[in-house]
Design a protein around this ligand. Sequence first.
Ligand code: AHG
Ligand code: MN
Ligand code: MN
Length: 337
Amino acid sequence: MNVNRKVLTLDEFTLQQLRNFPHATGELSNLLRDIGLAAKRVNVEVNKAGLVDILGDAGTVNVQGEDVKKLDIYANNQLMGVLSHGISCAGIGSEELPEFVVFDDEASNNSKYVCLFDPLDGSGNIDVNVSIGTIFCVYRRISEKGKPCTREDFLQPGRNMVAAGYIIYGSSTMMVYATRRGVNGFTLDPSIGEFTLSHPNIKCPETGKIYSVNHGNFFQYEKGVQAYIDACQKKNKDNGGPYTQRYIGSMVADVHRNLIKGGIFMYPATIDKPKGKLRLLYECNPFAFIVEVAGGKATNGRQRILDVQPTELHQRSSLFIGSRKMMEELETYLARS
Ligand code: AHG
Ligand code: MN
Ligand code: MN
């Protein structure tokens, strides 16, 4: 049997990274491994979603008033389970839970981090076999170690983030995570059940040809956004336009594609949703961190996403995110209106 030693598993990679920091405790590597484990379990269920009677609404409504699908709950419970059994996480905040959860046992109270996640993103796409994902981010807690974590640990501005990542359950399953040192992507090798390094040191192209937005809401967007979308559709030799429009409706899949190929993703405020639809803590912040580390930009149209001081766990935000030059072009339209 051929053993390809060029292939690094997620665990091998995080351990290698650890060697660069002789004083590191390994807690973050542990936490990423825990999330990888939960992701593999979710992946198994997502893969058979078309076969088993796991589809449909779980019969409850989440804190944002949206129907909860059964897989959302499954994914939420898997993440919560591995993180509460692990030794790196003092508590979690989840899109599916009304309040943050303090693990409050000795190991958890003594751990460094808290974790926030959207257990299943794009869950409206499950029953039509379209890519969905999991989004997470990690903060160093500011509350005193040895005690239970507190609300302040969860309401930190995104710029304090230590790591963020996502899992995309697509034509292959991938985990991509960022620390301040870089963004790396791992593809799940189903034959050995391991995430293996397939996309080292991901950089978001400076510019691209893809814009992603829900066109159905066009007449609900502010004038500057409308003017930019118009410009995306026009011939323009300076920016390579017209651009191509791509919108899956699973943010993980849309932003992942644009991160790799270059592009811009927008979920602006609408008349119906004047604060935007996406959640600052579980969706906007983690992606803003990943895309910035990869060289791109993320704003809410007025302010850098990572500088927003959150006031509530389930706060909504508008989001513009992607390749640096495309974001700068958008900013000129927003400034004009
Ligand atoms: P979730 O499934 O976690 O509720 O998130 C869905 C989000 C996001 O993934 C996607 O980009 C957006 O909702 C799509 O919304 P529209 O259908 O309004 O375009
Ligand atoms: Mn989501
Ligand atoms: Mn979700």
